[in-house]
Write a protein that binds this ligand. Structure first.
Ligand code: ZN
Ligand code: ZN
Ligand code: ZN
Length: 130
């Protein structure tokens, strides 16, 4: 018994078609032959990979800019400290003297919140949750 593939129009043996048990995803059409299915799967995967790659590139681009801003902000802080333009102050939360510079906005390098290691870390945790 032969069956005509509704995709490529070629008449093929029933064994060239998938049986019902092989349909696991909504991607498959009963009336398509195995060859057409495989082509579709390959294309689908290719498209997905392209999409993923694009998305990843965007992500890395954003990260890179952010990292660069962060490094630049840190550098500005060190420079300002060295020239006494700014002074460290105790942690805003617990008044510990050993502090790190925290930026709400890396594009404003000298708008600094001084926080101890622990509270600085906590601050960033909160940022991540938002
Ligand atoms: Zn076919
Ligand atoms: Zn603190
Ligand atoms: Zn910070």
């Amino acid at each position: 018994m032969n069956k005509k593939c509704s995709k490529c129009g070629v008449e093929k043996k029933l064994s060239d078609f998938r049986n019902r048990n092989e349909y696991k995803t909504g991607l498959h059409v009963m009336s398509w032959c195995r060859v057409c299915h495989n082509n579709l799967c390959i294309e689908y995967r290719k498209k997905n990979i392209e999409k993923m790659r694009k998305w990843q590139n965007e992500y890395y681009k954003v990260r890179k800019v952010k990292d660069r801003k962060k490094l630049f902000a840190r550098y500005q802080v060190l420079k300002a400290l060295r020239t006494n333009k700014i002074q460290k102050s105790p942690c805003e939360v617990c008044k510990v003297v050993k502090v790190q510079a925290h930026h709400e906005d890396y594009s404003k390098p000298l708008e600094i919140k001084w926080l101890c290691k622990k509270h600085h870390f906590e601050k960033h945790q909160v940022h991540h949750l938002q």
